[in-house]
Ligand binder design. Structure first.
Ligand code: MN
Length: 727
């Protein structure tokens, strides 16, 4: 454990693997900036403050991290503890270093309220989720390591708190990253403060016992060396080591074992050149010593999640001592000591790429990959825009909420349960029907707070996002996904609607539209910018093209040239636009007709309508199949049209038949409100057969919207029939 007292000490370690003058210059500059910013500040021990970041950088250099990470180590406390801002740092040292320092600062602000086991795991996740860049965690671990090395000057209470936090959160993180050297030192140093009596008990035992065992091990090492040499394995290293104190502590406390009962306090490590030699060694060891049953583990064939690889076996020496033997290659040994840090160890001349490095680490470390998975979803879908948006979300200010299983999710400030749902998975978002926060039902636009436990209610039959969700969602991630759902769905609905209108028109003319195809559409409608049959359906569905025009083209009865047609369309649209009737209904040739919507059938845009000229009441608009229409006098019926965009809402009644159930009304009301429609009236009657008839009156913009509602109501549990009422 090196102690760094000045820049020269640091540069000595750095210089073992970083040679480029510009890198050394950058590190020197970072040191000078940090030293002048911390000027006059003292540590509790009385030392100048700069000693702390200097040693953090030193620990990082021992892990062979890149020059930017060393700079981040030197500068890690300047945003928190000096007047320097993140922006100033970015201007001086670039975004990469500024982001890392910002990450370390944010991570340092997390308050660990409880250190119970389950919570501790969450806190580890929270740290990781927050850091995002794995180098931030490495800097934080180096920071913590130096702090705990110098914990002696703190109060007893601080020693306890920092020690426990280290054991519960930071050491396990170092373990997950496979950085054994840091993990072991964090654990042993923390234990010294958390349980000094037990710590001393174990160190005493090791001191008294290990001389005997160590002697024995030295003897065994010689024996093994000879066995290997006799079998033509010449290039190997072999050494004995004592298990770290905290691992012994855990075995004694958790497994209730006596010190003497722990097999692997002593380990002999054999390092060879090739994997083949590893297995050869294992065979030789087992041939010469008695293995302890069930103690053999092959982490070469099946590496640990933190990338650790080795063969482990426990054998009994000729003198009756048990000891563990670890066999691995040099590369495996490096990874065992340095973990992630070994994997990414700075290679001066390789083209360094931060994103590729993250990707490589993620692909090696399964759990880290899982953590970043959410941003991988939809990767091919407008990838760049999407990644930028997600980045935006991450760099914004953050709230932390829990899933029902205790996982911590970080969300931008102001996020709603919808954002949360889309963060969990696109499918969760798209099928959201409600949200429960801290055991209470909340509206979807509820603003999430730190510590909220959020559970999303989904229904796979739900109708999916509505336009309104775009206003509720705060994150670009959720908005992006809602938009792509809506775009797709709107087109599907319009397409189906247009096809239906065309089919009806052709049936009316006693033929079928079966001969319509892309070529026909291209030949006849490319001037309208419609080039495929599907596009034609969509345009008709939108009302931009009339099915009559399509039929006229098809039947060849259309004698006008396209220019005339366009002129006529423009003229018609202008007439529609000049309509100022509040009904949204257009009477050809009349600019301001006196119109009234029939209350018998409540027609809505999209319905086929007729006008009935009354005496004194103007024209009453009816659904073309209104039950009163049979009584109308033919000569007083006039054709009517809907304006293209009436821009108001209309009442519509529907009748729902269902098997009676406790939740029927609630389900219906939830469906309506999630469709962003309002209920004017609802009433339910049940009969003796346990059937319920619900009459529902809603406000709607048009038939499409109402049809969507009906489709979704049909999916409500126990509903078996729905129809428009009073038509
Ligand atoms: Mn620090």
């Amino acid at each position: 454990m090196a102690n760094y007292r000045n820049l020269e000490d640091l540069l000595k370690t750095v210089g073992t693997y970083i040679k480029k003058p510009e890198s050394i210059e950058k590190i020197t500059k970072a040191y000078n900036v940090a030293a002048s910013l911390h000027e006059g500040q003292l540590r509790k021990s009385g030392e100048p403050y700069i000693i702390h970041p200097l040693n953090v950088a030193g620990i990082l250099a021992e892990l062979h991290v890149g020059p930017d990470t060393i700079c981040a180590g030197l500068l890690h406390d300047v945003v928190e503890d000096t007047a320097c801002s993140k922006e100033e740092l970015a201007a001086e040292f670039g975004d990469d270093i500024a982001e890392m320092v910002d990450g370390v600062t944010k991570v340092g602000q997390i308050k660990f309220a409880s250190l119970e086991q389950k919570q501790a795991t969450n806190h580890q996740h929270m740290l990781l989720a927050m850091a995002r860049d794995i180098r931030v965690i490495i800097v934080k671990l180096a920071d913590r390591l130096h702090n705990i090395r110098t914990l002696g000057v703190m109060s007893d209470e601080q020693k306890q708190r920092i020690g426990r936090e280290t054991l519960e959160i930071y050491a396990p993180l170092a373990h997950k990253l496979g950085i054994f050297t840091i993990k072991a030192e964090l654990e042993d140093t923390a234990l010294k403060y958390v349980d000094p009596a037990y710590y001393n008990k174990i160190t005493d035992k090791i001191r008294n016992d290990s001389s005997a065992r160590m002697q024995n091990v030295d003897h065994t090492i010689n024996e093994i060396s000879n066995v290997l040499l006799d079998n033509n394995i010449e290039d190997f290293k072999i050494k004995g080591r004592i298990k770290n104190i905290y691992s012994i502590y855990k075995k004694m406390v958790n497994q209730n074992k006596e010190f003497e009962d722990i097999y692997d306090i002593l380990a002999i490590r054999i390092i060879v050149d090739t994997v083949g030699e590893c297995y050869q060694c294992l065979g030789l060891i087992h041939a010469n010593y008695t293995p302890v049953p069930k103690r053999f583990k092959d982490y070469i064939a099946v590496p640990k999640p933190n990338m650790y690889q080795s063969l482990h076996t426990t054998v009994i020496s000729k003198d009756g001592f048990t000891f563990e033997v670890q066999i691995r290659t040099q590369e495996m040994d490096r990874i065992a000591e340095l973990g992630v840090a070994a994997h990414w160890a700075y290679k001066e001349n390789a083209n360094y790429n931060k994103d590729r490095e993250q990707f490589e680490i993620a692909s090696k470390l399964k759990w880290y990959g899982d953590l970043l998975k959410f941003s991988e979803e939809d990767k091919n879908d407008d990838a760049k825009e999407y990644v930028d948006q997600v980045k935006d979300d991450i760099l914004g200010t953050t709230v932390y909420v829990y899933t029902p299983t205790g996982e911590i999710i970080d969300m931008p400030l102001g996020s709603t349960p919808l954002d949360f749902a889309y963060r969990i998975h696109t499918n969760v978002g798209n099928t959201t029907v409600g949200a429960i926060v801290n055991n209470k039902i909340v509206p979807l636009d509820y603003e999430l707070h730190n510590g909220d436990i959020v559970s999303i209610k989904t229904n796979k039959n739900s109708f999916g996002p509505s336009e309104n969700w775009l206003k509720i969602a705060k994150t670009n991630n959720a908005k992006h996904k809602i938009k792509s759902f809506l775009n797709k769905q709107n087109r599907d609905v319009l397409l189906a609607h247009g096809k239906q209108l065309i089919d009806e028109e052709f049936r009316f003319n006693k033929t079928t539209s079966a001969d319509l195809n892309d070529d026909f559409v291209k030949n006849n409608f490319s001037k309208n910018n419609v080039n495929s049959l599907d596009d034609l359906y969509v345009e008709v569905g939108k009302g931009n093209l009339s099915p009559k025009t399509v039929y006229a083209k098809y039947a060849g009865t259309d004698t006008k040239n396209p220019e005339d047609l366009i002129a006529k369309t423009i003229e018609r649209n202008q007439r529609i636009l000049t309509t100022n009737s509040s009904t949204g209904v257009v009477v050809e040739g009349l600019t301001n007709p006196q119109l009234k919507l029939g209350s018998c059938c409540n027609p809505i845009p999209g319905d086929e309508i007729i006008g009935y000229v009354t005496k004194g009441n103007g024209i009453v608009v009816h659904h073309s199949s209104c039950k009163n229409a049979t009584t109308f006098q033919k000569e007083r019926i006039i054709p009517l049209k809907w304006a293209t965009n009436p821009g108001r809402k209309y009442p519509a009644s529907i009748k729902i038949e269902a098997t009676s159930s406790m939740t029927l009304l609630v389900d219906i009301m939830n469906t309506v409100s999630t469709c962003n429609m309002s209920i004017l009236a609802i009433n339910a009657n049940s009969n003796a057969d346990l059937q319920t008839i619900v009459k529902l009156k809603v406000m709607t913009t048009n038939l499409l919207e109402l049809e969507k509602l009906i489709i979704n109501l049909k999916r409500v549990k126990n509903v078996f029939n729905i129809e428009r009422d009073n038509i």
